[in-house]
Design a protein around this ligand. Structure first.
Ligand SMILES: [Zn+2]
Length: 405
């Protein structure tokens, strides 16, 4: 439980104006984030709770498809990046000089780390029945001009999963498992109904990659949706004229979206660079086939905030709200009772914030409960407590009700 008396909470009376990105204004107003330099934000306790709640949903779904969580290094050596030819071709690679004139990269992606790591564990076809690893990791991009902290930040948090396969048939089976897991993640985060599965450029790896794009008025992407079969296409693959990759129709509509997930076919690019091979049933040497699957966790948080907010407040899906209950205690002598109630709620898996700032007036506490947007608000006052009751109000309802404690 969080007791607000133990942390200096400072909500702002008004939301500061930050371009057309209203959710960032609300997040600043509501003590979720603070900006310390251009496009760099610190996560305050409640924003961290949202992050951890999203991570947990993603973790549960990745574990359900037999992927193993690990944590790879942020810092990596120049030699590995040179092996794949990307030291000079990735223009946003953050390069650092260490002692002894040694050069390093702050990783924007982790193929150069995970491929040589798996070399030790993949020897034979028997090791490749289901081999996938993932992590939640901070990534870095040395952007010349950071566009916004979410859309094109220099530092962001990703879930990246890498899968390793004997051949394309095995890979296709696992790909389908991951795609379904992604749908479950976005469904649990309340955005699936407005999320499109789009074809995008495969860049250096293959003809297409795949993206999950959530409809958003201020989204950075234009998605072309086929009017006949509803297949979505990122504008990177729509050249002079539109032709649906699925049904060849020339008819489309354009929808503004923001990307929340992507899937790249890496084929054998990294296996070749690092000699990641396996011996098949006939003892012949083969290259391992790899795919990578990303979810931009910090970007996803912002997309959810922007997608769910209304004209006044942030609105959280209950599955990721920083707490489920906000308990306002009016008199100090009732604090023990509030803590008791919070412990009971926590036993049933709820997360609780207790507003025990006794030098703050009730109006301010009630306003903060609104601004932070915690789904349930409980008011404990001596009057109702005497009768063994408290007032509970669900955020989406106008009126509160009196319930037994
Ligand atoms: Zn079509």
């Amino acid at each position: 439980m969080i007791q607000l008396s133990r942390f200096p909470i400072r909500t702002l009376k008004d939301a500061p104006k930050i371009s057309d990105n209203k959710s960032t204004s609300y997040l600043l107003q509501a003590w979720y984030i603070r900006q310390e330099m251009a496009w760099v934000y610190n996560y305050l306790p409640l924003w961290l709770k949202v992050l951890k709640n999203i991570e947990q949903i993603v973790r549960e779904e990745m574990n359900s498809i037999w992927a193993q969580e690990l944590l790879l290094s942020s810092l990596w050596n120049k030699e590995s990046w040179e092996k794949t030819g990307r030291w000079d071709t990735v223009d946003v690679l953050f390069k650092l000089e260490g002692s002894g004139n040694k050069e390093y990269a702050l990783n924007p992606t982790h193929e150069e780390v995970v491929t040589p790591l798996m070399w030790e564990f993949i020897q034979s076809y028997k090791d490749l029945d289901s081999m996938a690893v993932y992590q939640f990791q901070t990534k870095f991009r040395n952007e010349a001009r950071a566009k916004s902290w979410i859309l094109r930040g220099r530092e962001f948090i990703m879930k990246d999963l890498y899968s390793f396969h004997k051949n394309l048939e095995d890979l296709d089976i696992y790909f389908e498992e991951v795609r379904k897991a992604y749908v479950r993640v976005f469904d649990r985060l309340w955005i699936w109904q407005d999320t499109l599965y789009a074809f995008a450029s495969g860049w250096a790896f293959s003809k297409y990659s795949y993206e999950f794009q959530t409809k958003l008025e201020i989204g950075e992407d234009n998605i072309y949706v086929c009017s006949d079969c509803w297949q979505a296409h990122n504008d990177e693959i729509v050249w002079e004229k539109f032709e649906c990759v699925n049904c060849k129709s020339p008819k489309y509509e354009i929808i503004k979206t923001s990307e929340v997930g992507n899937i790249f076919k890496l084929w054998t690019k990294f296996s070749t660079a690092f000699g990641l091979n396996y011996l098949d049933e006939k003892n012949a040497k083969n290259e391992v086939v790899m795919w990578c699957y990303g979810i931009g966790i910090s970007r996803l948080m912002w997309v959810i905030a922007e997608y769910m907010m209304d004209e006044k407040w942030l609105v959280w899906p209950e599955s990721i709200a920083p707490a489920s209950h906000y308990i306002i205690v009016i008199w100090e002598e009732n604090l023990a009772k509030a803590i008791e109630l919070a412990k009971d709620l926590e036993k049933s898996g709820k997360e609780v914030i207790i507003d025990d700032r006794f030098k703050t007036n009730f109006g301010q506490k009630a306003a903060d409960a609104d601004i932070l947007w915690i789904p349930n608000r409980i008011i404990i006052s001596p009057k109702t407590l005497e009768l063994g009751w408290c007032e509970l109000k669900w955020r989406l309802e106008q009126e509160g009700k009196i319930i037994k404690m």
